[in-house]
Design a protein around this ligand. Structure first.
Ligand code: HEC
Length: 150
């Protein structure tokens, strides 16, 4: 075997490991029943609350990890609001599906801010990190005001 072949095989092995690790990190499974949707978004929202609360005091890799969690949560959010899934103790309003684009626009704002916050944490730009946190916090309030029963 030539050196190049060995190197290529080693590289392929590293790439395979990388893919496996990436998949293993993100264990989200989209809910398929209304009950599962409500449970999934309650868990997701609780994670939002805990992560955002802690994020202000974090720096460096821990801050970046918090932003990754929020980015994942925003990314999965639409799938936890399957159409009409208001059952049990859900506080979701029908307005969500009547204004699906506006609902998703808030989520997109959150995604962008979480990605910005992650980049800021990685470069140690705590001013930009603070701005991102403020924007993320704003999306929580904006969405709850319009789309969550009080
Ligand atoms: C795009 C809309 C939207 C965004 C953005 C959003 N939420 Fe929510 N959130 C909701 C809705 C709707 C509910 C009610 C869900 C239900 O009860 O079915 C909710 C519920 C919650 C709950 C109660 C969960 C429970 O156990 O009943 C918490 C806590 C929460 N959100 C925190 C947050 C935080 C913190 C953020 C920002 C990082 C956030 N949310 C962003 C729409 C949103």
């Amino acid at each position: 075997m030539t050196f190049n072949k060995i190197a290529a095989l080693a590289f392929a092995g590293v790439m395979t490991l990388g893919v496996v690790a990436t998949v293993a990190q993100d264990t989200f499974v989209a809910p398929t029943t209304p009950e599962a949707a409500v449970a999934a978004r309650e868990a997701l929202m609780k994670s939002n609350g805990a992560t955002l609360k802690a994020a202000g005091a974090l720096t460096g890799p821990e801050a970046a990890a918090a932003m990754q969690t929020l980015l994942d949560n925003f990314t999965h959010m639409p799938a936890t609001f399957t159409e009409g899934s208001i059952v049990g103790d859900s506080e979701a309003l029908p307005a969500i599906w009547q204004n699906w684009e506006a609902f998703n626009a808030i989520i997109e704002t959150g995604k962008t801010a979480a990605a910005d916050g992650m980049a800021a944490a990685e470069t140690g730009d705590m001013t930009a990190y603070g701005v991102a946190l403020k924007t993320i916090g704003g999306t929580c309030g904006t969405c709850h005001q319009q789309f969550r029963a009080k």
